[in-house]
Design a protein around this ligand. Structure first.
Ligand code: B4P
Length: 339
């Protein structure tokens, strides 16, 4: 039976996220000399019932040498974050500005101690992320809808191994048109539920890639409920991997076996299982590097000719995303072995 969960006691721990976070982000941004903001060329397009925001920046946009080294040789930037990028230091988490944003006010929640980016999010992490979204959401009219994302696993688009969740808001200037979030549209006002065989997670029929969406519409959400919501979506992703024989060689899958993109808004959560970080397009002779934002429809390209072809609708973006993920519709394996 579908489990509807409402009016639960809000179980928060001492999360020490400041109440004036947006103001602190703006103040830190104004003072940060180490910040390398690159304004992209951008265009929003409609393609086969889906909206995409295509952004273009030059490929080597003044990133420092460290981030251009192979992943395994890089110094961890979150072990001792650059002082002028630190927005807030709490007992367990810190908030730092993204050093290389292409969207203003892009910041990261990092753990103070090293925790692997490939490890599962903890219930406390989920509560903190949602608290931040709720706080930023109060300023939504001015800044647009806040979105949190987490790239986890070798095929997810993550470039740093230290646990970090990223936050952006979708409007840079007041009065601009906001990029539509399909996961929010799919959940509408549906109440939070934990999926089961009769009531599976939601999806957008205009997307070919496998993805799993659940509403977070509830007055309050406990840690236990957050854990159930997240783990049910992780199970959905593992089932897709199992059905595509991605887990065959493993004795027992663990969180390290799974690559996925995690996206959360105040009212919805979506997980996208991933098969490939880099998707090569023969026609363009270009390789797309896809992270969570790509699976929201926000595609970053680093060649002008590719930008032009893409905004002119000459690239089947859903096909590109499908190649970096798994098919939403496929012949199901034996449900006995489902997660
Ligand atoms: P990851 O999860 O590891 O990787 P990512 O967001 O895919 O960014 P990546 O680093 O691979 O860069 P890319 O060229 O794809 O996140 C690591 C985060 O830490 C990044 O935000 C990175 O910038 C930041 N970071 C690295 N060194 C840092 C330091 N010393 N101090 C503080 N922060 C540091 O993308 C370039 C930029 O555009 C990234 O900021 C990325 O998040 C953003 N981006 C990518 N696609 C986008 C899109 N479609 N729309 C808007 N922004 C987009």
């Amino acid at each position: 039976m579908q489990t509807k969960l409402k009016k639960q006691r809000y179980v928060t721990m001492s999360l020490d996220i400041p109440e004036n976070l947006q103001k602190l982000v703006a103040e830190t941004t104004a003072k940060a000399t180490g910040l390398v903001y690159t304004k992209p060329a951008q265009k929003q397009i409609e393609l086969n019932g889906a909206t995409y925001l295509i952004s273009f920046i030059e490929s080597l946009h003044k990133k420092d040498e460290e981030t251009l080294k192979p992943k395994k040789q890089r110094v961890n930037p979150f072990e001792n974050p650059e002082a002028d990028l630190i927005v807030h230091r709490g007992s367990k988490y810190s908030i730092v500005l993204n050093k290389f944003p292409i969207i203003k006010n892009h910041f990261l929640l990092i753990t103070n101690e090293f925790v692997k980016q490939d490890s599962l999010l903890q219930p406390e992490d989920l509560i903190v992320i949602h608290n931040i979204l709720a706080q930023l959401g109060k300023l939504k009219r001015r800044n647009g809808t806040p979105v949190a994302f987490f790239n986890s696993g070798p095929h997810s688009g993550a470039s740093q191994a230290h646990k970090h969740v990223q936050f952006i808001s979708l409007l840079e200037e007041e009065g601009e048109e906001e990029f539509p979030l399909f996961l929010d549209e799919i959940v509408g006002n549906q109440p939070l539920f934990i999926p089961d065989q009769d009531h599976p997670a939601l999806f957008d029929k205009n997307r070919k890639f496998a993805h799993f969406i659940l509403p977070l519409n509830a007055e309050t959400i406990s840690e236990e409920t957050f854990a159930l919501v997240y783990m049910s979506l992780i199970q959905n992703c593992l089932t897709v991997l199992k059905d595509h024989h991605f887990l065959d060689h493993l004795k027992s899958p663990d969180s390290m076996s799974l690559s996925y993109n995690f996206i959360m808004t105040e009212k919805a959560i979506m997980l996208v299982p991933r098969s490939l970080e880099l998707v090569h397009n023969e026609k363009l002779g270009y390789t797309f590097n896809l992270n969570s934002l790509g699976y929201l429809g926000m595609i970053l390209v680093k060649e002008k000719a590719v930008f032009d072809e893409t905004v002119n609708g000459n690239v089947d973006l859903d096909e590109v995303l499908l190649k970096g993920g798994f098919a939403r519709e496929y012949e199901k394996g034996d449900p006995e072995g489902d997660y």
